[in-house]
Structure formats: structure tokens, C-alpha cells
Design a protein. Sequence first.
Lengths: 505, 586
Amino acid sequence: MNLLISGFAINGIFKLFMNLGNHSIYLICLLFICSCVSEPDGEVQTVPEAVTIYPDYTEVTIPINIAPLNFMVEEEGDAYYLKVSGEKSGSLAVSSRDGKFRFSEKKWKNLLAENAGVKLSYQISVEKDGSWNQYPSFSNTVSTEKVDPFLYYRLLYPGYESWTEISIVKRSLESFKEKAVIENNVVGQNCVNCHAFNNQNAENFMFHMRGNLGGTYFVENGELKKVNLKTKEMQNGAVYPRWHPSGKYVAFSSNKVVQQFHSMENKKIEVSDLNSSLVLYDLDKNEMMPVPVDPEKQFMDTYPEWSPDGQFLYFCRAAQIEENYDYRDIKYDLYRVAFDTEQRKFSEPELVFDAVAIGKSVSFPRISPAGNVLIFTLHNYGNFSIWHKEADLYSIDLKNLEVEKCGNNSDFTESYHSWSSNSKWLVFSSKRGDGLTARPYISLIDENGAASKPFVLPQEDPGFYRDFVKTFNIPEFAQTDINLTPGEIREAAGKKAIQAQWATN
Amino acid sequence: MNSVSDKTKIITRLFPVSLLFLFSTFFLYSFTNYIFFYQEKSSLFQVSFAFLKQHLDQPGGLLEYLGKLQMAFYYNPLLGALVVSAQILLLVWLMGRIGKQLGAENILFVPFLAGALLFYLQTNYQYQAINNLGILFQLLLFGGLIISKPNYQWLAVILIPVAYFLFGSFSFLLLGLSTIYFLFQKSWLKLVLSWISLGMFFWIGKEFLFFYTTDSLLVFPFSSTAIGGQVILFGLTALLLLFIPVFAKIRIKVIERIAIRKIKLAGLSPYLILGLMIIAAFQNIDERSKHYFHAEKLFYEQKYDELIRYNFNEPTNNKLTLFLNNVALAETGRLGDSFFKFRQSDDGSTLFLKWQNIGQYLQFGGYYYYAIGVINEAQRWAYEYMVIYGATPETLKMLIKTELIKGNYRTAEKYISMLDRSLFYKDDAIYFRKFMNNDAAVLSDKELGRKKQQDTKLDFFVKTDTPWLNLLPVLDADPNNSVALQYELSWLMLQKDMKGIVELLPALENAGLKKIPKNIEEAVVTYKLLRVGEMPELKQLKIDPKTEQRFQQYYQIYQQNQADKRKAQVALRDFADTYWYYVFFN
């Protein structure tokens, strides 16, 4: 049988194994024993300096249902030992030869369940030259608030204008399971972008595809539908989407985007709009209509966002640029406009946050599902914050419109963010790791919009982010699962797009 | 049939097989080693589970992975030649064994012919390792199948879908071979079930497992590019391999009976094939590619003087080679001196590469920006290349260098780790690690330090469609950037803009040049002697009277022959490396 499977060449290897017989079992056992690390014995010295771990999971608040926070110790050593003790009950111990601690998912889950609302204490010891050093412990707080079970994001090279492999990926936050939802290779490397859910509900899901199979794809009753949203009345195509909470509409910005490359600064790319406006798509009627907030074309409106009750459409607004513009002068304020869902009518827009007055620019407004807090990205100019090192997250208390800088920022880019369905957790893209690739960080947000120290999405291999060269784009929490098969995507892509019709109201 | 004697065995099998191996190794190493250079530089094999995993998301991915592993060994051309030759040898032997197993007493012609064809295909620089590897695995599996007991042959039903997953479209060879084999065996059920199992696996994979187009699932990893466009020849070879079970059954008695002494004529057929193969192989040496890849090799090794000498001694019209040559001239401060010693294109395409999503353009275009000190843009070209074509040793080195220059050590570390996971670039990884988190080390390095200081201090948007327009802001920020200055002057020479050249003379002086470079001086002399305009006042730089004399001489010959341009061109051949010659005859 083995001969058949492997052909002539493998036959020899098989024979060798067979000849080893029972010895191979001993060999495997010996290797297993050698790889085990015992816990510290004898005299243990206490080291006053804090131990450095990667990723930094010290003093963070974590959801009760999060996957194990595997990490590695960045101290030289021959053996490593970790004991995690729950404040209420339970503990687990992990040992390692290479400084990488990987927890059993089952034991981790039990430990978190036993310690809901209290702290976990981490005690690390490192053996070096035959003696064990114990470092000061650090802790995590286990929040009783659950995070949505899934995180969707787009994986791509943080490139400039070229792409090959782009995938929209679903990651379980309760385990390390990751699955591709869409990969652009299935449609001949067309670009796939701007995936969006309605209220973290994967049943209302959409994404754009660019290229010869281009169109906007909506998941409707579990089926994929391809629509051409651009009508002849529209100057530009539909770009950044936000679902109306009713699921009946999707607001888009329609942008003419240019991309330029810096010769010097580390931000590398400048992506800016030459013009933009807002449009509304009615899914039932397959109609596109303008959002009539700028009849005189004096402004560039972009990044729509609905209030959870669907009564307001928030958006970013800058003055329309002239021919010889300076990209550094393009600055966006935050506006909103009231919307009558039944009549499909908009009122007059009103200013929510005057960023221009402080010489800044707003992008990505995102309101918590509870409706009390809006978080946006603030940066020096423009609207493509992912390439702005100075971009940080700010929150607005929607009761009094007071603005505060979030506590989860770093010296690097903090940009695209999204809320969990219970309004307790915020996931956002941060480039704090290396300045180039964005990673999804998660923070607990309290009722006043204050953010806890964020932690990066845990990975099975603690060193994962050090080697991974792709970027995590548009992280979005979701409560439910999407299961699109390659065959379904291919079939939908192969069909002619349904043409949306233009309506004035 | 009589058994073959030992002597006959040596003459008909061992000797030609040894000859094939020796000639293949010798030829590939001595005459076409540019193949190994090109292929080795086209990808970077990494020893990591993540790299393997990346290749297992589609049928045929493992074969692609193994192909990259094999190409990594091309780092050493002799090793490459030995590996490829051994592979061909193994294929020939395997075909012989299969033929024998299927009933042929002494099948020689077909294996040798197939081996010779595979060797010939390999002499094309684009013919990749996956092809011979893919064929080898199918023959191994087929060999395993036919020597198994009939009951185990049922496993072909599982084996073929597994082979499809591992080797992609190459498994169709296995399917074809087993189909013919089962036909001869009259094992109809095995035959039908093999097809059904592969069909079902393909359908399940297409619908539920693999995010690839149907075409890609059918064809990958085979591609016309990966066989160097030799579609007919490769197709013929594949057919030859496919019908081995048939050839094993065919006996042409007339041919079998012809013998010289005791050796049958059929037994000598390998010599005939080898003879033809040797002639064809020498015919197939691609001198242009050989020249191009040698120049590229010298460029990567930063042996700029040698590269310039090589291009001077063996002139080329290849614009990419001339582009690299100009970078080498600029990096060694000789662009203004020796610019017209080499053929130049008046549209600037030997001086700059415009942005295009074409492999070699992306691969090299950034070196111009690296030379003039627009480090961001040099990095961008390398990055875009990596995104489209995957990581290669040289693009990674460029990414590492530019990240180190920019002080982005954490990103540099990612790329250094990739080099570290390679088989033959660990020393480079160790070298680059010395600079990690150490600005002083970067600054004191001959290359990195110079580039860090040269890195433009003015932020502007790079114009990749009109690359010459980037020179002015670079010079605005740093008028002493001598490389950018040379490029600007060379561009002006191509534009025949003498006024522009003369206006830049003070800048040349400020940049610390003690002497006006030869070709530039020729432009200045023309401007001066033909009284085109005012000359700027210079403190140090002086025009060499000999250059003025040479111009007078040139002008005189030109005037004597100006009625006949062709005649004038011949008469002025000694001035072919001058600005004057370019102006008058281009």
C-alpha cells in the first residue's frame, strides 16, 4: 500500500521505519520527555524588573470569551515557566523551552469562566544558567462583557497601487479558527474591498469588487447578488458604504480618488478626493438617489454613518477643492443630517464637530449600537487616515457633543474602527507594531467613551505579527457567520450585474 | 528474446546514460548557467511552515513549493546543473523501468528521446523546475502503481485525486498513464472510478474548497511562461511520456532484427539522439539573454566597474542593460564622462524606466530613484514588485536597505527574517542585522550612510510617468547631489538642451567637481563656440582647450561631408562617443 502511494522512492523510507520497529516508539518518547520543562525548583531568585512580553498583554481588560492570549517572553533563557492564577479560583501552568507560551483552549476558557469580573495574575519564571529567576507578576482583568464571536477583516499587502492576493477573512474570536470568506483569486484577482455588515449582522453583508467582474455584491437571503450601483447620473462610483439599521438602505459616498506618492515622509502615500458626494441605495426598489445635502456642490462629503435609530446620517465634509489645491488644506468636519426613513427624505445638515477650527480633519465616524458615543479618527488633513502616522481615535459623547481623545492611542496610526454589538468593545486598526502593517486591537469602552488599554487580536503563534507582512484592513465585529462557497462567488461574479436605477426621491 | 550481454548493456545503456548526464551537467554549467541565475533570482524559498502553508491552498501548490526549493539550489550553478541533470537521468531510468515492467525487454529509444527533449526544453531560461519535477512525481507514482499487486491498484482511485491536490495539472499525466494501463489490463472499473474520483474531487474543490478560477484549477501550476513558451515541444514530450505503456507493447520487428555485430541498431539509438541533442543544444544558446543576465549579475553584485567594462567590450542594444549601465555610471560618478560611450535612447528610456506593471521594469526602475536619493520611491518599486511577483532575494535586499536608511527597523527586521529563512542568504541576513536599531552603524556604512545623507529632504509627489521631472525638486533640496546632477545633465544632453546644460555649470562647480565631465564639456564647448548664448562665470571649472580643438576638428570633417549624411557618419566614427555625434546623427 505504501509502495503504491509513494512510488519507488518512498519505499526505502517506509522500510527503514519498519526496521526501526519498537525503537522508533522509544525514540519518540525520548524526544517528548526532552521537550518537557519542569516547574522551577530549588532556589528561585526574585528579579525586580518587569519582564517584557510580546505581544504586550500586560494589564489589559479582556472579554470573557476571548481566545487564549498566547505570548512570548523576550528575555534570554534556557527554560520558561508561567503560572496564571485566577483571583476567584483556578490556575493553569505552561512551560516552554523557547519562551513561547501557548495555552490549552479548553483550560483557558474554563479559567476565564471561573474568574469573570476579576483579575488573572501572570507569574513568569525564567531559567538561565541553571538558576530560576522570577519576575514581578502582571495581570489581566476578565470582563463579564462578551465580545462578538467573529471578526471579519481584509488581508492584503499594505501596498501602494498593485495587488495580487486579497482576501476577506472570518476569524473566530473565541478560538484561533480563521477561514477565508472571499479570496480575489476566485475571480481572477479582481480587487475586493469595503465589506460592510448591518449592525454586526452577517445576514446583511456587502462588498465591492473592482475589475472585469466588478460590481457591488449583496448577500440577500443567503444568496449573492451582483449590482451595478453606478448610474449615468452619477459622476463617480459608490465607494464607502454604511447600512441603514432597517436593512432597507445603504448610504454610500461617491468619490473621485487620487493617489500620490511622497518622496520623503514616512507616510508614503497620499490618498485624497478630488470630489465626493453622498448617495443612498434602496435595496428593495434597486434605486440609487442623491443625499441632497449639497445642492450647490460646494463641499466634498464622505464616510457616511447612521445613528442606531436610523434617524440621522453622519458624514465628513470638507470644502470642495479648487484646481491648484494643496492637499494639506483639505480638512473635514463632522456633520449630520436627519432622515425620514418612510419618506426617504433628508433635512438640512448640521455641524457636529468643527475639526477645521482646530486645524484638524475627521474621518470614519462610528456610533456605538447603544447610540451614546461616536468615535472618529482625527488627523492633520485629508480623509485617508490609515497612511497618517498622527491619526488618533477620539470620542464624542452624543448627549453633550463633548470630544475626548481616547486612551488607546499610540504614536502610530490608529484608524479604522468598529463596535461590538453590545457597544462594549471597539476593534481598530493600529500600526503601532512596525509603523507599516495595521493590526486589529481591541479595547473595552465604558459608558462615557473611555477606552481601556487595547490588546492585539491573539494568535496561536505568539510571534505571528513579527513575521506577517500583510495588513489587517477594515476589522468588523460580527455576531453571525457567513458561509460563501467559492462556487457561489464564481457564479455570482459570472452573472451580469443588475443595474440600479436613479431616483430623485 | 536473448538476454543482453554485459558488454552490450554497457554500450547501449550505461555509457549513453553517463554521457547524457555528463554532457547535460557540463553544458548547463558552462554554456547556459544564466538560466540558474535568472531562476534563482526569481523567487525566494523560505524554510518555514508558514511558507509551506501558503502553497497548500490550491491544487499543485506543493509542486510549486518544491519547484522553488529546487530553484533555491541554483544559487550555485554547478549544483543547479547537477540537480537538473540528475533529474533528467532519473526520468530516463524511470521510463526504462516502467517500460520494462510493462513488458518491453529493452526500451531505449523512447526514454532517451524524452530525456533529450526535456534537456532541450531546459535550455530555455524560462523553463522552470516544476515541469521536470511534476513529470518525475507522476512517473514515480505510476511506477508504484504498476508494481503493486492488483488489489492495491484500486488505490489509484484515491491516489489520482491526491496527486491532483499535490501536483495540480501535472497529475493529468498520471491519469492518462493509468488510463492506458487500465485499458491494457482491461480493468474497466478501476479506469472509470479513477476518472470519477478525480472528477468528483475537482468539482468539490471548485465549488467548496479552492478560491481560484476554474481555469486556474485546471491548469495550475503549468503555464506557457513556465515552459518558456515551448508549447509544441513540451506537448510532444508529454505525449511521448503518456504513451509509454503503448510504446512498451510495440515491437517493430524489422528494426529489432538490424544489428551491427551483436548490438542491435535499436540499441544504438541513444547515441543518435544524444548527437542530435548536442547539436540542438548549442543552437539553442541564447546569447542575448546570456549577455543580459551577466550584466544583471554584475549589477546586483555592485561590480559597477566590471559591468561598465563588460558593456563597453560587448556593446548591447538592450535598453534594460543600458539602464543598469547608466545607474552604474552614475553611482561611480562617470555618467557625464562616459554617457555616449554607450548607446542612448533620445526618449530617455535608457536613463529612466517609466512606471509599468511589467516585472523587469518594476524590478529595476527603483534603482534610478535609489541612485538619486529618493529612497521612498526606490522602496515603493521594490515593494510593488514583491506584491505582484513575490519576494525575491534582490527585492528583499532593496526593501531592507531602504527601511534601514529610513530608520524603520521593525519593518526591516521582517524582511531580514525572510532572508534568514532562505537557504543561501543567511549571511546577508546576519550582515543586515548589524544595523538594527543602530543609526550610527547605518550612517557609517559606505552605501547606507551615503544614501541616508543623500535621501531627499524635500517632500514632493513623485512623478513616475515623467521620471526626469523628479530631478529638479531633488536638486532644489540638495544642489550638491552629484548623482542627481549627472542624471539631469544627461537628460538635458539627450534633449540637446545646451542652454540648460550650461546653466547647470555653477551647480556642478558647487557640487565640488574639479573638472567638467567629458560629454558635458562637449556640450558646453558647442554652446560656446557656436555662440548660442552667454557663458556663466565659473570660479574653478575650466574648459579644456583640447576639447575645443577636437570640436573644431569634428566640425571641419562634418562640413566637408555634410552633403552626404551617411558619409559624414562614417568619417566621424572616431567621435561616436561624443555629444556632437549624438546631436548631429540622432
